[in-house]
Design a protein around this ligand. Sequence first.
Ligand code: UDX
Length: 434
Amino acid sequence: MRIVMVGSGYVGLVSGACFADFGHSVVCVDKDAAKIEALQQGRIPIFEPGLSELVAKNARDGRLVFTTDLATAVAGAEAVFIGVGTPSRRGDGHADLSYVFDAAREIAHSLTGYCVVVTKSTVPVGTGDEIERILREERPEIDVSVASNPEFLREGAAIQDFKRPDRIVVGCEDERAKEVMTQVYRPLYLNQAPLLFTSRRTSELIKYAANAFLATKIGFINEIADLCEATGANVQEVARGIGLDNRIGSKFLHAGPGYGGSCFPKDTLALIRTANDYATPLSIVESVVTSNDKRKRAMARRVIAACGGEVRGKTIALLGLTFKPNTDDMREAPSIAIIQALQDAGAKVRAYDPEGVEQAQAVLSGVDYAASAFECVTGADAVCLVTEWDEFRALDLARVKGLLNTPIMVDLRNVYRPDEVRKLGFTYLSVGRA
Ligand code: UDX
């Protein structure tokens, strides 16, 4: 099939490369000429395991092409996906749909025959209706369907998530669109991935409901972690004890410094705004957002407490900056709020991250960057593990202790076992474990 992906950011690039790998002929379009030129030369603008190999292979085989020329790409395509950004609109938290609507207008002028225009971007319920209205307004005579097909990709595991999805959700309003979308996902369907067809509005809402539910799970276990600390219980055992109940499920019950990233914070806010617009407030989701916001700075207070209540003039070593491992993404990373709170309390912050330093430099100020975990802890007054990169999972702790000024460790991801670390002579604080 001939597929076009409008927007070659995270979602567009991963989806485009995976569709090409299924054997479809894919053109990825972006307005950013520098990005397209880089992609044409095989340089991938984001860090995602396996992506550059997948892009290289499919580009070499001629199934994956990059261009800024939307009109030529769209002419003759059977499905055109919109995968542009929907950032939080400044001021009100609504999703900013201007890029989506601009793309729809441009697509309208380039269509030559029947085509399904599909939103992959995360868009509030009802956006598909508006896209359809725009298409018909711009080109009253065209034969087009509009579908919704949300992505559920986790950064760092996006290719695996695309190729082995728990489900594929497609929202459309007519049989022709359903037929095209069935063909698009045929390779996965043959692998028995459930393909769930719903109405377009339902599909749009599924995406937000899924992210809000996952954020709620994390928010819930984080508050239970606080209760565990107060009562002497162990949150990891609580998570296992509840997660083995099939109705609950064991995933997304890792207590930590709060969720971050490009999706949960933005999508929960947008969902709350939509719900308020429809006069059906989502008080549970509102609580989750508040709880998560408070939690990030609370983690800095934990570090300060571990240092005896005072960090002025002290150096705190941070291991990990990105919102999670295997990504260079710093968006809404808990490390940002933690660092700012530590700096507000007078601490100097030195940080190390395997992939995120370049992005971190754009959002943080006054931070020293180290080239390795060991360099980071050298001479520091405490070390705080913020992101659970693999390389922090089996650090030589005796060496870390020797390099630190004072052997204080705050492990916000529960990577280590308290008894083992304490045996080495550390003051050790983690999350939800007495
Ligand atoms: C998420 C969704 O998982 C994905 O389906 C959606 O399409 C986009 O948003 P992503 O943001 O890449 O993906 O990361 P995810 O692995 O879901 O983690 C999000 C945040 O939650 C991270 O900050 C992570 O550290 C945190 N988290 C996750 C926890 O604190 N505990 C957990 O148990 C799981």
